[in-house]
Design a binder for this molecule. Structure first.
Ligand code: LR7
Ligand code: MN
Length: 565
């Protein structure tokens, strides 16, 4: 009998002990679905632990978990509240999804065979946020913890950029590996990221936006490329999380980061020779002139040596140009890795305020600081594309100029010739009024007035400077703004508004035909014509949206001159 009891005790001991081992190894077996729950730090006293706490069989070793649902539901939408109001993405859908939901592995199959070093250094992940939806923020954190090898994540540093509710961040302090820093006033993403970087302890910094989902194997390629060369700054391929339904979609790997002279970031197609190389080497990194800015990894000491960020930049925008010009011209390199995938919720509008002058103003302020410090004589091309910027005061840039000098960085012409030769540099002679294509009606021009996507389009006196008035008909029928502000799209609702929207070459609502004889622009899908309505002289200039109407060849408000550059 005693022997039987011994065996029984032995068997049950083995069984109990095997549970943690099973949990450890079940990760792969369970794949995406794995998330036993977010573990709490051990130093939280039990009365701070929320209701969902779980205890293991033995008394000593307790597993305690964070109550994710409670955290999210404390900030649920109210009955009847517009789900886009707070975040400019669909919060109802975001809140309804599991924090560890499965997402498709969007990597090229060959990525699985890439050899990885087995002694990669660990990373500090830095996420800054201002009033982020709790579900989106938590899903970002869970995806980092679940889809990274445990030992490669030293810590996740959340920098709360003075969100209205301090508990959004504070409650997450309880999570294993998570540290929370909070600004006592709104600083913007640049100073917030530097605050996070200054507190970081790992060798490598990884920056993420607060509404991301890291995909399987996302981290290792980033670390590997940096270990091989500490002056590389590497970005994952940024997949798309749909702002309406949160579907996770693969992004094309045939794109890199670029821009026009208005200094607005845009994705550009790889050159034919780069595409050819990718066909035979689908896992190779892609050199990019510019990074989108939010999602990248960099060696901590290199980040410091290179001057972190411009601490006088505010809120949002322009810092990705500054760091990209700086990295390339001061000895480093930028690349996008096709085998590292992270999803990001792309929005059409900012959900937050811009203290200090509004979004356009702050963006021009930051961008102008970049242009004045890094672009030498080429800055005049920026001012030509965005004339308003010249009137924005930029403060003191002497520190950044001194930095550029002390680092011995190459001139901007070197960057243009060697890193972004595809960018067309307008020649001196074409500087006169006619260098940009326009859509004219008398002395008025089609003008976005700098309003973002989804806004109507207007008529405004022609200024010949391009920018918001640089519209051209592409060979596939899009009316595209040459400064990356999108394409004209007819909204097929009750009123036939014409808005500018993200260009999508196969969207029938963005296809137009120019009837050269009649000088009319016909919308292919609806057979309606672009109409300025401008005969309504009672309306103020900036409130004369252009619409579509039944085509009437005798109507002056439907006559358009398409000038070319
Ligand atoms: O005042 C602020 N304080 C903040 O902490 C304003 C914003 N933020 C946070 C915000 O919560 C978010 O986590 O900063 C992050 C970026 O702001 P978003 O998500 O509102 O802007 P975005 O997605 O348009 O940002 C892109 O461009 C920015 C330019 O300043 C930054 O470089 C972002 O990091 C960048 N995001 C990406 O690169 C992801 C891919 C998008 C593309 C292309
Ligand atoms: Mn973002």
């Amino acid at each position: 009998v005693r022997r039987k009891t011994k065996i029984l005790i032995f068997v049950s001991l083995v069984w109990i002990l095997s549970i943690p081992v099973y949990l450890l190894f079940s990760r792969n077996a369970l794949g995406e679905e794995y998330n036993e729950g977010l573990k709490l730090k051990s130093n939280f006293s039990p009365n701070e632990v929320p209701s969902m706490l779980r205890l293991s069989n033995s008394e000593k070793q307790e597993w305690r978990y964070f109550d994710e649902r409670k955290y999210i539901e404390e900030k649920s939408l109210r009955v009847g509240e517009d789900p886009y109001r707070r975040n400019k993405f669909n919060q109802a859908i975001s809140d309804s999804l599991k924090t560890n939901r499965p997402i498709p592995d969007t990597r090229h199959p060959a990525c699985q065979n890439v050899m990885l070093h087995d002694d990669l250094p660990s990373a500090s992940v830095i996420i800054t946020f201002h009033n982020e939806a709790r579900s989106a923020l938590l899903r970002t954190i869970v995806s980092v913890l679940n889809r990274s090898p445990e030992k490669l994540i030293k810590e996740i540093i959340l920098v709360d950029d003075f969100s209205d509710d301090a508990s959004d961040g504070e409650e997450l302090e309880k999570l294993e590996k998570v540290r929370v820093l909070r600004n006592d006033k709104r600083e913007g993403l640049m100073r917030s990221r530097v605050k996070g970087a200054d507190a970081a302890e790992a060798e490598i910094l990884v920056f993420l936006d607060s509404h991301c989902e890291c995909n399987v194997g996302w981290l290792e390629p980033l670390l590997q490329r940096i270990v091989e060369d500490r002056m590389r700054v590497v970005s994952p391929t940024i997949d798309v999380i749909d702002l309406d339904n949160f579907q996770y979609k693969a992004a094309s790997s045939n794109l890199k980061g670029g821009f026009d002279w208005n200094l607005v970031f845009k994705w550009v197609r790889l050159t034919p020779s780069e595409r050819e190389h990718r066909e035979t080497h689908p896992t190779d990194s892609i050199r990019t002139p510019m990074i989108a800015g939010g999602l990248f990894a960099i060696d901590r000491r290199f980040f410091e040596k290179l001057g972190k960020y411009d601490m006088q930049m505010n809120i949002w925008g322009g810092e990705n140009f500054e760091i990209s010009f700086r990295v390339w011209s001061c000895g480093g390199s930028l690349e996008i890795l096709p085998c590292s995938r992270v999803g990001h919720v792309f929005r059409k509008q900012h959900p937050y305020s811009f203290p200090g002058g509004g979004g356009g103003h702050v963006f021009m302020y930051n961008t102008r600081r970049t242009a004045e410090v890094w672009m030498d004589e080429y800055k005049t091309l920026y001012y030509k594309a965005v004339p308003l910027a010249q009137r924005v005061p930029i403060g003191d840039i002497s520190e950044r100029l001194a930095l550029r000098k002390s680092l011995g960085c190459k001139p901007f012409s070197w960057y243009l010739e060697n890193i972004y030769p595809e960018l067309r540099v307008p020649s001196e002679s074409s500087g006169g009024g006619k260098s940009f294509p326009e859509l004219k009606q008398g002395s008025l021009c089609l003008d976005s007035l700098g309003k973002g996507y989804s806004n109507p389009i207007y008529l405004y006196p022609c200024h010949g400077q391009g920018g918001n008035q640089a519209w051209a008909l592409t060979s596939n029928g899009l009316l595209e703004n040459l400064n990356g502000q999108g394409c004209l799209e007819l909204q097929m609702g009750s009123t036939l508004n014409v808005i500018h929207a993200l260009c999508s070459p196969h969207n029938p609502n963005q296809m137009w035909t120019y009837l050269e004889k009649q000088l009319m622009l016909k919308h292919q899908n609806s057979q309606m014509c672009l109409d300025s309505q401008s005969n309504n002289e009672l309306l103020d200039l900036n409130s004369r949206p252009v619409i579509a109407r039944n085509c009437r060849p005798d109507s002056a408000s439907q006559k358009w001159f398409l000038t070319t550059s």
